[in-house]
Design a protein around this ligand. Structure first.
Ligand code: NDP
Ligand code: NDP
Length: 316
């Protein structure tokens, strides 16, 4: 297949693996790229030297295009960007910040820049900043999320109508049917996070992967909007957050409760009670841990089948 996203990244399928802290190291990114999608190293949880190591290992593990996701609120951002340029990374996805700050600089180094947004206003800012494509991420997504609670179903057609950039849909996409839906809404590619978090190649702790496959309808919630809104599994830590809200905790008290390194504790060290377990609503229908290639293959075959099934219903 071909479209603007496939051409922009020179990949076989318009499937991007979302950059996820503690889940997407070089092993997952290279496996997705080798399967025909675009793998992203999630640099948000990496110290600069760790990122350098992951980029080098990714280059050794695949000769296909791959990229790095850089959350712009990361503390060591300039060191990260310098490593990305020096290591010859060709694709950067930025998120959680203003695209005006680094886009031109990255592009002047020959890097393709994509920015993640959760509303129309920021999509417009991306156009002005000169990014090459955008990811529009809806309410269903895991981890950091927009404050507006706009679902993917509403966000994609809205942005498609008012923004001409190549458009990647994210949030609530975990199988071929949902990929087909996103393409029908006007997206030219999909970014998938949660389904890839529960793969063999994901660097998440096995206890977290098992928790993803046990999750049900209603197991996650978008919370902590006063800090950075985040979708989490409802565990003991989540209950503590709820108790804090019931006691009218202020922002400072919420910060104190969150503390430092909660995400690492939960997703990387497997502390299911006290850790922060970031995952999307699609966890409700993820029931197995498979390889990254199986995920990519199912997305493509399931998407094709779904589109044919719908097409067959139009006999006029
Ligand atoms: P791997 O994905 O193979 O990383 C495995 C590393 O994770 C090993 O160093 C291992 O340490 C460590 N590890 C495994 N389980 C745990 C755990 N429960 N708690 C703490 N550490 C654990 O890739 P590399 O070996 O190439 O990783 C290089 C570096 O990148 C490492 O320092 C690793 O910690 C880090 N990393 C960071 C990620 C992130 O998102 N920030 C993701 C993946 C790795 P040991 O050898 O002691 O068992
Ligand atoms: P915390 O402040 O709670 O903890 C910092 C964590 O990041 C620690 O586990 C630390 O590892 C690790 N870390 C990696 N590099 C650095 C660095 N240069 N300075 C300090 N700590 C570092 O943050 P979170 O775990 O909540 O988030 C970490 C990062 O991930 C942030 O930049 C955040 O914006 C990003 N993030 C992005 C998301 C997304 O894009 N969807 C979702 C959630 C977070 P150690 O314990 O080994 O010191």
């Amino acid at each position: 297949m071909t479209n603007r996203i496939v051409e922009l990244f020179k990949i076989k399928y318009p499937i991007i693996q979302g950059g996820m802290i503690w889940c997407s190291g070089w092993e997952l990114a290279s496996a997705v790229s080798n399967a025909g999608g675009l793998g992203l190293i999630g640099s948000g949880s990496m110290y600069p030297e760790v990122l350098k190591e992951h980029i080098q290992k990714c280059k050794a593990a695949t000769d296909k295009p791959f990229g790095v996701n850089v959350p712009l609120l990361y503390p060591d951002i300039e060191k990260h960007l310098e490593i990305i340029v020096n290591e010859g990374v060709k694709i950067v996805f930025t998120s959680a910040g203003n695209p005006a700050k680094y886009t031109s600089w990255l592009k002047s180094h020959g890097i393709t820049v994509v920015h993640v947004v959760a509303n129309l206003k920021f999509a417009k800012k991306c156009e002005e900043a000169g990014v090459d494509a955008i990811v529009a991420e809806g309410f269903e997504a895991g981890g950091h999320n927009g404050r507006e609670e706009t679902t993917t179903m509403c966000l994609i057609p809205m942005i498609r109508k008012q923004c001409n950039l190549p458009l990647i849909a994210a949030g609530g996409i975990g199988n071929g049917e949902s990929m087909a839906a996103a393409l029908c809404l006007g997206a030219e590619g999909v970014q998938v996070g949660s389904r890839f978090a529960a793969t063999h190649e994901s660097s998440a702790h096995i206890a977290f992967k098992n928790e993803i496959i046990n999750a049900k309808d209603g197991s996650t919630e978008l919370t902590l909007k006063e800090l950075t809104p985040v979708r989490l599994l409802k565990n003991e830590f989540y209950k503590e957050v709820q108790t804090a809200y019931a006691n009218n905790a202020n922002t400072e008290q919420l910060h104190e409760l969150l503390g430092r390194g909660r995400a690492k504790k939960g997703m990387f060290e497997g502390n299911l009670e006290d850790g922060e377990l970031e995952i999307g609503q699609v966890s409700a229908y993820i029931n197995d841990i498979v390889s990254a290639k199986e995920v990519v293959d199912e997305l493509i075959s399931g998407c094709k089948l779904a589109l044919e099934r719908v097409n067959d219903q139009f006999d006029f």
